[in-house]
Design a protein around this ligand. Structure first.
Ligand SMILES: [Zn+2]
Length: 360
């Protein structure tokens, strides 16, 4: 199942706001601004009235902001409703992974190339919706930058939230290995990117050698750092444009700075973000709930107070007690808030748990 089908099955795009009865009756919670609540949402078919109902429910539960996918199809309707209720609204956008993007597909040379020499457009790693662009091609950088600014310019929008802002997973979080029948105790060439001419030439000009000249390029620290820096460069260019427009930039990233580097070459603690959402989905890492505390702490320490960190949790694989525990752990790790994926999974039971745990 690809992500889009999956999102559809979760109810996004099908008027999810109508799927839940109105639970709150006007008794507005006092939001705890020391621990901010965020939620991912979307839905191309939602009307202004749908958004109003959804956002009212969130506001009454003490939510601070919404991360809304769908770009120009959803945001012009959603933004005024969020603003009217005093919610922050950020555009949730995919960055380096651009499945089915017609403009990008008109330039097959824009796609990242694996250590085996295959383009991510032709040979898609793990899943069909993995179609990764090369972060070092100037044309790709320009294309992504323009795409982000086009969204950022929407009237009333508070900011842009980057997702898939990384390389393809060279190593999957361990909880997913069995799903793909893999034991990824080393970097496998078919999942290791990007070895296109642009990347290799740029690295060679800097370091004096081609990574492919190494017997095992996966062991080369300079080559790893080069790729962390490649993503950082893309992010910081977007950040400059977003900040010029007096808006905010954030990103959803892998669980901790060390694991994000290891799995997807994200050095997110180096990025010019205004805040960050580490996706500490502990079950995907095959870890107990305490991992939420330790990974949050690692991120908070790495950021050294430069920006807020809001721990993200996936609701699909959790019961109410697990949601409560993960909020407790996020707080113990020094998180300044919680972001949940996603609105259609936010049952009344979860809402009550989140409200109570936020205040605890
Ligand atoms: Zn490349």
């Amino acid at each position: 199942m690809n992500k889009r089908t999956f999102l559809k099955q979760l109810g996004l795009g099908t008027g999810a706001a109508l799927a839940f009865p109105t639970f709150f009756t006007g008794c507005e919670a006092t939001p705890n601004e020391d621990f901010k609540l965020w939620v991912w949402t979307g839905g191309d078919d939602k009307t202004s009235e749908d958004w109003k109902q959804e956002f009212t429910k969130l506001k009454e539960a003490g939510f601070h902001g919404v991360l809304v996918g769908g770009g120009h199809n959803t945001l012009p309707t959603a933004i005024p409703e969020a603003k009217a209720l005093g919610l922050e609204i950020h555009a949730w956008v995919w960055t380096m992974n651009q499945p089915g993007d017609k403009e990008a597909q008109a330039h097959p040379e824009w796609y990242a190339v694996s250590r085996e020499g295959n383009s991510s457009l032709d040979v898609r790693p793990y899943v069909d919706y993995y179609q990764w662009l090369c972060p070092n091609k100037p044309e790709v950088q320009e294309y992504i930058f323009n795409k982000m600014m086009d969204i950022c310019d929407l009237e009333g929008l508070d900011g842009v939230q980057l997702d898939y802002v990384r390389f393809c997973d060279v190593i999957l979080p361990p909880g997913l290995w069995s799903k793909y029948d893999l034991v990824q105790d080393h970097e496998m060439p078919e999942y290791d990117f990007c070895y296109c001419d642009t990347c290799r030439d740029k690295f060679k000009a800097k370091s004096g050698y081609d990574p492919l000249d190494k017997e095992d390029p996966s062991q080369d620290e300079d080559w790893k750092q080069f790729r962390y820096d490649s993503i950082t460069e893309v992010v910081n260019k977007i950040a400059a444009g977003v900040h010029e427009r007096k808006k905010k930039l954030s990103a959803s990233v892998f669980a901790s700075p060390s694991l994000a580097r290891k799995f997807v070459r994200q050095a997110w603690d180096d990025w010019d973000l205004d805040f960050v959402f580490p996706m500490i989905y502990y079950k995907m890492y095959d870890e107990p709930v305490e991992f939420v505390r330790t990974a949050t702490r690692e991120g908070v320490d790495a950021l050294k107070g430069s920006k807020p960190l809001y721990t993200a949790q996936y609701l699909h694989d959790k019961n109410a007690e697990e949601v409560r525990q993960s909020i407790e752990m996020a707080k113990a790790g020094g998180s300044e808030g919680l972001a949940v994926f996603n609105y259609s999974l936010l049952s009344d039971e979860f809402l009550e748990v989140i409200k109570a745990a936020q205040k605890a």
